[in-house]
Design a protein. Structure first.
Length: 462
């Protein structure tokens, strides 16, 4: 441990106390603060690092919940937002439009996944967070069939271990018990199909078993299904589980065969996380609905977009308001957020980000390979800029911890003391960093991850 400057993050700071008196935090058992779980007031962020009020810095290895792409306080994005704020911060998007909404829609459609012979994605519907984008896609898919005289299609298929957000509709198609279970009585009936998750399996075999299951469900029930929703290539909240692109190709074909829409939830995996701009590209697949958020604004402003085709759009056109898609959010297409997204997209081009990420992903692979031999790491997996480590008591993935949450929490705490934000998913530690790390940052990430695992294991034994 001597090579690190261990920093104590439990100090009685006034922001922490004022916060705990009034703020209810997301995805947190508040009773764990501050003793079991540190609560860290952050003053600023620069590049891949966050800085607290005592001047300690933390490498943001989770991109502040998978949103940040180009570092904190990125000057290009900040300038675009500031400039937009001085001319138009917001305007109602019903009956009005503005340049950033139009330009962003044009840009997104230009880079959207495209499949030979399939009508391209041609329209963009805005929302302001990922879960809202999922609601939009689900409602649009259902409403399309109502408008085209097929109102028997009322079901959605989704994958086991998938995650699509926390609002009731998005939660209903998700399958992470921790988030879903207590609300189950409130949710639409789930229709889960087998996940192509390749954990502990040959990826192609996992894909073909999942496709066989999907086919069986569609053969039985296809006429009542409006869409299949999935996270292409990586089921992120479900523990960074990875699958083969061949599943996506097969699922696309089955959706076509049974007249069912394919909704690609690229909220987490979009914008270069898997190596390509969008994960669907790796399978040569174009979805009927593409849901985007998180990285859309480079991690600066809340914004989401759902891309779909003219075929879908046209089915909502006529003189009746009932046929129209009346869904709305007050901040739909917010100009500041659209300006941030345009600036973020410009950085992909001006800095040749996808090409340079090949090297960053290789650095991550090098450090991950060192950790693969750790006696408590039973699986290391990577897709592009996402790397995950499965921890286990004896190094085999068939054994499990009595309390995986506590193992993760100890690793988290130790990593924070050593200056890295590693927010585990149960017993899975992962790296999903901003695209601005240098070689030394990645080296530190590897070393701190090892120290965090060692500490968590020593607490298990204690
Ligand atoms: C985060 C996430 C969502 C939900 O987005 P929010 O902005 O948190 O509502 C949906 N789908 C996936 C795959 C996600 O990772």
């Amino acid at each position: 441990m001597s090579e690190f400057n261990s920093q104590s993050i439990i100090s009685d700071d006034s922001w922490r106390q004022r916060d705990l008196a009034v703020v209810w935090h997301p995805c947190t058992q508040m009773s764990e603060h501050p003793d079991l779980l540190p609560l860290v007031p952050i003053r600023s962020g620069h590049g891949a690092y966050l800085e607290d009020f005592e001047g300690r810095s933390y490498l943001d290895a989770v991109s502040s919940w998978w949103v940040n792409l180009f570092g904190h306080a990125n000057p290009v994005i900040a300038a675009a937002v500031a400039s937009q704020a001085s001319s138009l911060a917001h305007v109602i998007l019903a009956g009005f439009t503005h340049a950033p909404a139009v330009e962003l829609a044009e840009s997104l459609l230009r880079i959207a996944p495209r499949e030979n012979g399939r009508e391209p994605l041609a329209k963009v519907f805005y929302a302001d967070n990922g879960s809202a984008a999922i609601e939009v896609a689900l409602k649009m898919a259902f409403h399309y069939f109502v408008n085209t005289g097929d109102s028997a299609r009322t079901k959605f298929l989704s994958l086991h271990n998938g995650y699509h957000g926390e609002t009731l509709g998005a939660l209903a198609v998700g399958d992470v018990p921790l988030y879903r279970k207590v609300y189950a009585p409130l949710l639409m009936e789930p229709n889960f199909v087998r996940s192509p998750d390749a954990f502990g399996m040959d990826p192609e075999e996992a894909a073909s078993l999942a496709l066989a299951d999907l086919r069986a469900v569609l053969e039985r029930d296809g006429a009542s299904v409006c869409a299949l929703i999935l996270e292409p290539l990586v089921q992120c909240a479900g523990g960074m589980r990875i699958h083969s692109p061949s599943y996506l190709r097969g699922a696309r074909e089955l959706c076509d065969e049974f007249g069912v829409f394919l909704i690609a939830d690229e909220i987490a995996v979009g914008f270069g996380r898997t190596g390509t701009m969008f994960a669907c590209e790796q399978a040569g697949v174009q979805p009927d609905f593409l849901c985007l958020s998180k990285g859309l604004t480079g991690g600066t402003m809340p914004l989401a977009a759902v891309l779909t085709s003219d075929r879908v759009y046209d089915a909502f056109l006529d003189r009746s308001r009932e046929r129209a898609f009346l869904h709305s959010h007050s901040y739909t297409g917010n100009p500041l957020a659209c300006a941030a997204a345009l600036a973020s997209l410009s950085l992909f081009e001006s800095e040749d980000v996808l090409a340079r990420n090949v090297e960053r992903a290789a650095w991550m692979a090098e450090e991950a390979a060192v950790l693969a031999s750790h006696p408590n790491v039973c699986d290391v997996r990577q897709t592009g800029m996402i790397v995950a480590f499965e921890l286990s008591p004896d190094g085999t993935c068939s054994s499990s911890f009595a309390d995986a949450t506590s193992v993760g929490r100890h690793a988290y705490k130790r990593a924070m003391e050593l200056g890295v934000v590693l927010r585990p998913l149960g017993n899975v530690l992962y790296w999903m960093p901003p695209y601005v790390m240098n070689r030394d940052d990645v080296r530190m990430l590897g070393e701190v991850t090892r120290a965090a695992i060692d500490f968590a294991m020593s607490m298990e034994e204690a």
